[in-house]
Design a protein around this ligand. Structure first.
Ligand code: MSP
Length: 655
């Protein structure tokens, strides 16, 4: 019988040279779902990739003196390395710079143009470079990007437009009559009330002011603006618009697009409209998950609060990180990340509950039966409750997985794990062991515990690809028939004569105090390294405080031009501003004591002079990487040392 198909996608990622744990969240969740469906017997196509075009990439590459493709090649390698470390089992990785994608996007654009759904006009509006998004005046919040709150640029240029407005009513009707389509439900109201019902405007889908993008085939001065390019990846990856569209015919429409909440708008409005215009069925489901935040802020390089996923995976292993991400945060909602919470989960759920259960059980089988259970076994009054619970958990688990309630599904497995630990305490094998007449009861108890461990270990596979194998090895369980998914529904699949051998502890307990310190240091070092690597003169941090200095001493101070791209008042201080300063291709947090003289709005956009190689200093609990220069007169007035040519490049040396 032909297997049922399941096509699942993550968003394609913007190349970022500093990946953070937030980036892993969506991919880990999608991978878990893909693994679950594979285990259930589906023919799964799991797509991920990179979204490589746009002005931002063009600018970064330019500042590094390399081509945009050279830059994205480098970053894509890091993505792939991280996905490997996290055991991401994607079937295909699409790059928007792949030839087949470029050709198909050109065809899509042309088709929409010929159909009359794309037309040429003039665009006037606001553009947010980091988000690659155009906004109309009324979409801005306090004159800033409504998504990332950064400065936007006014742009006016000839542009092609997509008739998004034409599809507004169809999309409203679709969302209202298919309540399962866009999940969680709160996202439906957001889309309907904030965008669809107030009225959709046609959107600009080409640009002429930069070059790094897919050229419009029939009008070479234009490049396809990033959303048609990016969204189409879900079909071009399957060969849509190419000579071989077998995969497209096989897998489309996608069963689910999993995306972060800030891009739900593009996936639930622009994407279905484009597909409707192309006469292609729309995806079956869209799920908008929440963000991983640190003290309420989205993790981001420019805020300087990133948590390095490489360090975490190297220290604790991919299974622990995957478990934490999906257990700690209810999928669909925002959730806070902290090192403490991570270590506590590892200690309590993985080392104590699961790890102990496994090592206690193998230990008892070894000690009481030399590692081999006899076939004579006799049941006890305590068995039924455990067996009944296992059946109920398995049923609930599948329901929760289908709904992508990952945290609840894991909680269910752990309920069974804890109940199994309780079964040991209830039946007290160590007392039965002393009674020679009760060996059959003892063997039956150890059998039941192992059977429960087997069922739990099969269920945790989508979340933790490595741990089940380590457990099976200790119970001599051969992967195959008795580890197949459907076997979780039947109690008693294991043969009675289990043999077990205590192996390595699957999750060692962590000394939380010591570990937090080490972890913070490793993260700081990684952060400082990025900065130090970009600093040519990094040994020369210690500047002597003397009255007269020699020219050599002065030359030790690296001064550079920085552009303030964001700024905010520090809550508990009446002097400090926390600024994000762009210096060439890097962005640094620099505090300055000028808030009585400059408001954040006044300083944003200014080209200032910064002391680039000042040793990072902790200010109000956070590091400041440099100093912004200002002059102070005898009356206490303060003026920033700025560069008067507005288009002067940030990152330039001053001296
Ligand atoms: N390139 C677009 C997507 C185009 S899809 C046709 C994009 N890329 S992104 O790199 O900025 O984000 C990729 C995914 O990572 C998004 O779903 C985004 O929500 C997610 N995350 C980035 N930071 C995150 C957190 N801190 N927490 C959770 N998810 C986060 O958007």
């Amino acid at each position: 019988m032909e297997k049922e198909k399941f096509y699942i996608t993550t968003p394609i990622y913007y190349p970022s040279d500093k990946l953070h744990i937030g980036h892993s969240y969506c991919t880990v969740a999608t991978d878990t779902m893909a693994r679950y469906k594979r285990l259930k017997g589906y023919d799964v196509m799991f797509l991920t990739g990179s979204d490589e075009h746009g002005q931002k990439i063009e600018r970064i590459a330019e500042s590094q003196g390399i081509t945009p493709k050279q830059y994205t090649d480098k970053v894509v390698d890091t993505f792939k390395e991280l996905w490997k470390k996290l055991d991401i089992s994607y079937n295909k990785f699409i790059r928007t710079t792949d030839d087949y994608h470029i050709k198909s996007v050109q065809k899509i654009f042309k088709k929409l143009y010929e159909k009359g759904d794309i037309y040429k006009s003039e665009y006037e509006g606001w553009y947010c470079t980091p988000c690659e998004t155009f906004f109309t005046e009324h979409q801005l919040i306090d004159c800033k990007c409504p998504d990332c709150k950064r400065e936007v640029e006014k742009v006016k240029e000839e542009s092609y437009f997509f008739k998004l407005s034409k599809y507004q009513d169809k999309i409203i009707e679709y969302i209202e009559s298919n309540p399962e389509w866009l999940q969680p439900t709160t996202r439906q109201n957001e889309m309907l009330n904030n965008f669809l019902k107030p009225g959709l405007e046609d959107i600009a889908v080409s640009r002429t002011s930069f070059k790094w993008g897919i050229p419009v085939e029939f009008d070479k001065g234009h490049i396809v603006y990033v959303w048609i390019d990016a969204l189409s990846n879900y079909i071009t990856a399957l060969g849509y618009g190419s000579d071989d569209d077998t995969l497209f015919k096989k897998y489309w429409p996608a069963d689910i697009h999993i995306v972060g909440k800030e891009i739900v708008r593009f996936h639930s409005i622009i994407w279905p409209a484009l597909l409707m215009a192309l006469d292609i069925p729309i995806p079956k489901k869209i799920f908008g998950h929440g963000w991983l935040v640190i003290n309420g802020s989205k993790m981001s390089k420019s805020i300087g609060n990133i948590v390095d996923p490489f360090i975490l995976v190297d220290k604790y292993g991919s299974d622990a990180i995957r478990y934490f991400l999906l257990r700690e945060i209810a999928f669909g909602q925002d959730g806070n990340f902290s090192n403490e919470a991570l270590i506590q989960r590892i200690n309590s759920d993985l080392a104590n509950d699961l790890g102990n259960l496994v090592s206690r059980t193998t230990g008892m089988i070894e000690q009481y039966f030399n590692g081999n259970l006899p076939s004579e076994q006799k049941s006890t009054e305590f068995d039924n409750e455990l067996i009944k619970l296992s059946k109920k958990i398995v049923e609930d688990f599948e329901y929760k997985m289908e709904k992508m309630l990952f945290s609840d599904a894991l909680n269910d497995i752990w309920t069974l794990i804890r109940r199994t630990n309780k079964y040991i305490d209830e039946t007290q094998p160590w007392i039965l062991y002393k009674d020679n007449n009760k060996k059959d009861i003892l063997a039956n108890i150890l059998y039941n515990i192992t059977e429960s461990i087997r069922i739990c270990s099969i269920m945790i596979q989508p979340f933790m690809p490595n741990t089940p194998k380590a457990i099976w090895k200790q119970f001599n369980i051969k992967e195959g028939k008795i580890t197949e998914w459907e076997t979780i529904k039947k109690w008693g699949i294991l043969e009675r004569t289990i043999s077990a051998k205590k192996g390595e502890v699957i999750f060692p307990r962590i000394d939380i105090k010591k570990e937090i310190k080490e972890l913070e240091e490793a993260m700081k070092k990684a952060q400082a390294n990025t900065i130090a690597n970009q600093t040519k003169n990094k040994e020369n941090y210690n500047i002597q405080n003397v009255d007269d200095i020699l020219i050599d001493d002065f030359l030790k101070i690296q001064l550079k031009v920085g552009e303030v791209i964001s700024s905010e008042k520090v809550k508990k201080s009446n002097k400090l501003l926390k600024n994000i300063v762009k210096i060439g291709d890097e962005e640094r947090v620099i505090f300055s004591g000028i808030s009585q003289h400059y408001s954040p709005e006044e300083i944003i956009g200014k080209k200032v002079i910064i002391v680039y190689n000042l040793k990072p200093r902790k200010i109000m609990g956070e590091y400041s990487y440099g100093m912004i220069l200002a002059a102070e007169d005898s009356k206490g007035n303060l003026s920033l040392a700025t560069i008067d040519k507005l288009d002067f490049e940030s990152g330039s040396e001053v001296g």
